[in-house]
Design a protein around this ligand. Sequence first.
Ligand code: ATP
Ligand code: MG
Length: 429
Amino acid sequence: MTLSPAEFEVAQLGERTVASPLSDTRFVAESDRVLFRDDLASLRSALENGVAPLSFELAGPRERIFFDPANVKCAIVTCGGLCPGLNDAVRAIVIGLRDKYGVDDVLGLRFGFEGLVESYGHKPVQLTRQRVGWIQERGGTVLGTSRGAQPATDMVDTLERLGIDVLFAVGGDGTLKGAHEVALEIRRRNLSIGVIGVPKTIDNDISFVETSFGFETAVAAARNATQAAYVEASGHRNGIGLVKLMGRDSGFIAGFAALADTHVGMCLIPESPFSLDGVVRAVLSRIELDGHAVVIVAEGAGQDLLAASDQSDASGNVRYGDIGVFLKEQIPKLARSNGVDVSLKYIDPSYMIRSLPANTRDAAFCQLLGFAAVDAGMAGKTDIVVGLWRRRFTHVPIPLAVSTRKKVNVDGRLWQGVLSATGQPRDLR
Ligand code: ATP
Ligand code: MG
């Protein structure tokens, strides 16, 4: 992938002329950046060719900001599927705006992008300190969410009508694409409204963002499912415990869950193709070895084995076939035709995981991410998503963040680790 420094350039609404109300803070200079690639060869090649090495602008408070906190109105929207930490992110943005910057007009838009379209009639709510006080204890999103495309023109009409200066959009790749459309329409109308994305993806599949919130909680909760699968599998003759985990296009949750539980003997992800024969062969040899087998499958894995779907959800995402149910039905059938009578127990914990409140680490992460989003918004940054890169918070232009989807590198450390930990054959085709 060839990338240019221009793709890392962050858009700014205008000159920052207002003194920041923050005191006792280490301000971040506009020139503070973190390298995109940190290997010596890349750095050397950039310097030898006389080009600036690729780097991200650092997030954090600016000494001079664009918006006057006394006269700024902000809105927050949460979109897409549920993910642990949504309420933490909302709360962090509210607290960051109100307590750090002294902003006193913060609206919550209801039910995703629908909340930005007047004809739905969803009334915005004022997000006071009291209103968000305990929301982090609950799963889901207190603002509600939705899928489904909404016209950017209608959404910007609403921003204008409500007098919003900064829109914070918490969501995944679809939300970020929607937020970018909004930013483009704002630019077309020559308005000074900032659009700041906060990356929500339980699958951790947003490019140029090392970690998104909810992922850590999901992996921890997946462990309960793999442990239950192990108990079931080991308690039956030729037992198989099959667990389906989230991961539409990227197998990060499945991979980390396999690493985290040594009982897992096989992990199937979208990035590594397999055949039913290959899987059954490997499962049977695992049973021969241990007497039982625990298998994790990511929801988007093995889609080539299922009938192609022509259906999509309201947001236009293609509905995937259910690989979990397919394997649950097919593995015992094929094993039996190989003369082995297996007992398979199937666990699909997806909705139970999505609806959990964030765990400690995700909660702390959301807090910092929310504050970084507020700093970016007040500084007048726009069309960006706040990210994490080499443990530094960054500003990533939305077009860059949605340009590709982050995938598990099958030659990389995670997948090689999974192969060693599970002992499964490299090639299951
Ligand atoms: P997740 O997939 O993790 O649940 P997401 O943000 O990708 O989160 P989606 O339902 O795909 O969830 O999208 C959220 C919102 O963004 C929806 O209202 C959807 O219509 C809108 N959206 C999705 N893709 C686009 C796009 N290409 N352009 C404009 N809006 C989009
Ligand atoms: Mg998505």
